[in-house]
Design a protein around this ligand. Structure first.
Ligand code: SF4
Ligand code: SF4
Length: 75
């Protein structure tokens, strides 16, 4: 499965990644991080296409996107 790793303590809750995700998988948590912001969380991660737009747009470098590599058949 694709994966988005979130460094919640770097997030400043700017919301840029929320707008960037065309699958609407990112929301602000109700929890507070160490800086006093509501950090990003991901839901329905199985829907993530690993497009990486969220990671590219984040000015804080809070998001790392990993795409699952499926082994080739017959190899
Ligand atoms: S990698 Fe793409 S689909 Fe996945 S959460 Fe980020 S913007 Fe959304
Ligand atoms: S773009 Fe980065 S700093 Fe802004 S809300 Fe998303 S994870 Fe947080």
């Amino acid at each position: 499965m694709n994966r988005v790793e979130i460094d919640g303590d770097r997030c400043k809750a700017c919301g840029l990644c929320i707008d960037a995700c065309n699958k609407h998988l990112l929301t602000l948590s109700s929890d507070l991080n160490a800086k006093g912001y509501h950090p990003i969380e991901i839901h329905d991660v199985e829907e993530c296409s690993a497009c990486a737009l969220c990671g590219v747009i984040c000015p804080e470098g809070s998001l790392a996107v990993y795409k699952e590599i499926k082994p080739k058949k017959g190899g």
